[in-house]
Design a protein around this ligand. Structure first.
Ligand SMILES: C[S@@+](CC[C@H](N)C(=O)[O-])C[C@H]1O[C@@H](n2cnc3c(N)ncnc32)[C@H](O)[C@@H]1O
Length: 375
């Protein structure tokens, strides 16, 4: 029996039910789940009963007892995984990614490469590093014999494989703590549109949303995540992502003087400027208007007295300039990443791909704006 068959035998004994799907290794995506027959929309393809979940309720008391109450569920589950020397979850562990598989996670990349991540990804990474550091401080104080690499591996497993899950007990905690692990369901890869995932007190049920032919990979949507988020939190990049967006702060903030920044701060529009696949956000419009319109005109727009239509061509031209800067930034970053000597080329290639997505996003918006600016 191979590891997939062993997992399915183990999971089926525990009450997991697969209907018309099975695991398969997918090039570039680890293991995924594929249809073993044609599937109709709204068909149940997987049931995972609550008894199979790995959650705060299954963490061993000997672990909970030694850790501070303030530890995150992420930190707690990771401690449970890292300190588990039993064979209870052997079939599950055997199909999980290896520590080497996590080389795609920016958290383990060399510093030089991390420094060349897009700004939004760098911010996500530093938050992630801070979270891990805090969890590790609590866990290592309670379990000094535990190896840091082993804990980090377990922490990344939790980071990349949990599902949103809430019980009356978890409800009292922050939403970041609403999570659990579940076997087999954690083999679904991400798609920007995916199958429907629902849970109640019986467990999780996953249903198709459309037809699938035999052999199709079935995916779920981990959330409406940008490319930067998927890279930092899950360690992969994907070429087509309808939720992709890019932060424009690096190209817009340097253009604002101190007074303009104060005005934007007062109005609640300083920073977090975003470009998505279709347009720039309202915050960006507000900041760009301050750059290219008079202050009174800007104020009227912000207060909703003026719809801004008269000055829109001027604003669009300024946005075009910003997008040109973004494109240049992306091209410069690609050259800088290419110039590095990195042991794991896969990491370098992933970052180049991410910057290419950003360049393409800028290009697509430039083309659209050029065709739509009124004279
Ligand atoms: C919940 S697991 C999914 C199962 C996983 N492929 C495995 O082998 O165990 C999430 C991980 O799968 C990979 N993954 C998920 N969706 C992907 C996608 N669309 N493209 C590439 N890798 C993906 C990433 O490594 C991610 O961290």
């Amino acid at each position: 029996m191979n590891t997939h068959e062993e997992l399915l035998t183990w999971a089926t004994e525990k009450g997991v039910k697969l209907h018309g799907i099975q695991p398969k290794r997918m090039p570039g995506r680890g293991i995924g789940l594929i249809a073993t027959r044609s599937l109709k929309p709204d068909e149940v393809i997987l049931d995972v009963p609550t008894a199979c979940l790995r959650s705060i309720d299954t963490v061993r008391p000997s672990i909970i007892r030694h850790l501070p109450k303030s530890i995150t569920i992420h930190g707690l589950l990771a401690a449970d995984l890292a300190l588990d020397t039993s064979s209870k979850y052997a079939a599950w562990n055997a199909v999980c990614p290896t520590p080497e598989d996590f080389n795609t996670m920016p958290l383990v990349w060399p510093r030089d490469l991390q420094m060349l991540l897009p700004k939004a990804a760098r911010t996500l990474l530093s938050n992630q590093e801070a979270k891990l550091k805090k969890d590790w401080a609590m866990v290592s104080a309670a379990f000094p014999q535990l190896d840091e690499d082993r804990y980090r591996y377990a922490w990344l497993l939790v980071n990349t494989r949990t599902f949103y899950y809430v019980t009356p007990k978890l409800k009292k905690r922050s939403t970041d703590d609403h999570m659990c692990l579940q076997p087999v369901a954690d083999l679904f890869n991400h798609g920007d549109v995916g199958c429907n995932v629902a849970f109640d007190h019986h467990g999780f049920t996953i249903k198709t949303m459309r037809e699938h032919a035999e052999g199709d990979e079935l995916k779920i949507c981990y959330g409406s995540h940008s490319g930067d988020f998927l890279l930092v939190e899950y360690g992969f990049v994907m070429d087509k992502n309808k939720w992709d967006e890019v932060l424009l702060d690096d190209v817009l903030l340097p253009k604002l003087d101190a007074r303009q920044k104060d005005k934007l701060e007062e109005a609640g529009y300083l920073g977090k400027y975003v470009l998505d696949r279709e347009t720039v956000c309202y915050r960006t419009q507000a900041a760009v208007r301050l750059l290219c319109c008079g202050f009174r005109e800007w104020r009227r727009f912000i207060d909703g007295i003026d719809d801004g239509e008269r000055s829109q061509p001027k604003v669009d031209r300024a946005v075009l300039g910003l997008l040109g800067d973004l494109k240049q930034d992306a091209e410069k970053s690609i050259s800088e990443v290419e110039a590095l000597t990195i042991e794991d080329q896969q990491q370098q290639e992933m970052l180049i791909r991410r910057w290419k997505h950003i360049k393409d996003l800028a290009d697509a918006n430039i083309t659209w704006l050029r065709g739509n600016i009124s004279p």
